[in-house]
Design a binder for this molecule. Structure first.
Ligand code: PMP
Length: 448
């Protein structure tokens, strides 16, 4: 292997592709026929030859403002030249406080405090740790159990995979966190197929939490973590009333409720956070992705007043929370975050998503009856299209769709198994909705 190919002469030859060990990717297949992206602007990626590829997934559910937006790019450049790094342990810098205030204003209810990290995975583990420490601070150290949900995705760190419900992300890694239970997932094709928005069937599944309380006793349970709408496991909008029921049961038993809004935050469902859409205020919200429109890694946790207050009772020179990352509230990420929130606000992108929701859902549903389509679900600017699996090869049809989408039809799709998940930047134009559902996807479905 030639280890010394410089960036200037980079070409996608096998030697140059080999050293990068790609996550969540079949490396060997990719390296035989790579899908390389060289540039991006607004709704499009461009491959190495300059061919445009319509971004129907906002990268990885993150580029909500579209790509390479001038305002965000300039903020990053300016900040990099002014203050490249400053610690946020024992010190601070203006941008991280500015971003915190803006997030506190954006979040519903008294979710008034922002804790920063660098990814959704770190956000999930941070929220779980805060939940455990919260109960200790309140003198209830027996509350150590954590409850997630089947088909939940909370990133790839040990806390996240423990409360998460994706077998492939768990089974290779041995011991998970102890004392974790899972609620059932809320998808039932027989009852819910081809539903736009919240399905009417399924609120009763929240009662499973009562069963777990009866089994373990509330005094042992710290928190429940769910995505308001499960994203990475195939887009599962919550049944009508389900999240309210979870909130009620948590309140009744003193259990904290955490919403993982890494996908649903920042306009994806037409609101700053999905909590507002569903009228349920959780005790903590995790976020990442859209906070910087994907331009710089950043994640975090919004916490309610009572959570923060619980940590503030000791002597005031004492550290209250023994948790944080070197790059928590990194100045460049914080600057990107502030600029991104300005773009969302000035362009009314969350409202735009809400306004386009019906058109988007109707357009997605026109794929019903097309080859291989088994179910379609929509909510906000998200749609999932379940494809029938090829016998004996689960995931193969989905992979083919993603690959052909990129190479042959100029569209970037996200797949999970045999489900295509669509979540375009919120700047999508109506004619681009047509391009996806009337042109590219029908042709693609006929070709796989
Ligand atoms: N939580 C949710 C709900 C997610 O969708 C994701 C990523 N798709 C994560 C956590 C993990 O985020 P990251 O990949 O930034 O660690």
């Amino acid at each position: 292997m030639n280890k010394h190919a410089g960036a200037a002469q980079w070409d996608p030859s096998p030697n140059n592709l080999e050293p990068f060990w790609m996550g969540f990717t079949p490396n060997r297949a990719f390296k035989k026929k790579p899908r390389l992206i060289a540039r991006a602007k607004d709704m499009h990626y461009y491959d190495m030859t300059g061919r445009p590829v319509l971004d129907a997934t906002a990268g990885l559910w993150c580029s909500n403002a579209g790509h390479c937006r001038d305002r965000i790019v300039e903020a990053i450049q300016k900040q990099a030249g002014e203050l490249d790094f400053a610690p946020t342990f024992q010190f601070g810098h203006p941008k991280v406080f500015e971003l915190s205030s803006r997030l506190a204003n954006l979040a519903p209810g008294d979710l008034n405090y922002a804790f920063f990290c660098n990814s959704g995975s770190e956000a999930a583990d941070t929220a779980l740790k805060i939940a455990l420490a919260y109960h200790r601070a309140k003198g209830q150290a027996s509350r150590t159990r954590l409850i997630g949900r089947e088909r939940g995705y909370h990133g790839v760190n040990f806390g996240g995979i423990s409360v998460g419900g994706m077998v492939a992300n768990r089974k290779f890694f041995g011991t998970m966190l102890a004392g974790v239970d899972h609620l059932p997932h809320t998808y039932n094709r027989a009852e819910q197929a081809f539903t736009k928005g919240e399905p009417t069937w399924g609120a009763h599944l929240a009662d499973e939490l009562e069963r777990l309380v009866a089994l373990h006793d509330a005094s042992t349970i710290a928190a429940v973590i769910v995505e308001p709408m499960a994203g990475s496991t195939g887009v599962l909008p919550p049944p009508v009333g389900y999240l309210k029921k979870l909130r009620e049961i948590c309140d009744k038993h003193g259990i904290l409720l955490i919403f993982d809004e890494v996908i649903t935050g920042f306009g994806r469902l037409g609101y700053p956070f999905a909590a507002e859409r569903f009228g349920v205020i959780p005790d903590m919200i995790t976020f990442a992705k859209g906070v910087t429109s994907g331009a710089i890694p950043m994640g975090g946790v919004m916490a309610r007043q009572h959570i923060y207050d619980a940590f503030m009772s000791g002597p005031d020179h004492m550290i209250e929370l023994f948790h944080g990352y070197t790059y928590s509230g990194h100045p460049i990420a914080a600057a990107a975050g502030v600029a991104t929130l300005e773009v969302y606000k000035e362009e009314g992108l969350f409202e735009r998503a809400l306004k386009l929701e019906d058109k988007w859902a109707d357009a997605a549903m026109t794929l019903k009856g097309k080859p291989h389509v088994a179910d379609i679900r929509t909510m906000g600017l998200v749609a999932a299209i379940d494809l029938n699996s090829i016998d004996g090869s689960p995931g193969k049809r989905g992979y083919d769709a993603m690959e052909k989408g990129f190479h042959d039809f100029g569209i970037m799709l996200r797949i999970t198994g045999d489900t295509i998940a669509l979540s375009p930047p919120l700047i999508i134009k109506e004619e681009q909705i047509g391009e996806i559902f009337e042109d590219k996807l029908p042709k693609l479905l006929a070709a796989i």
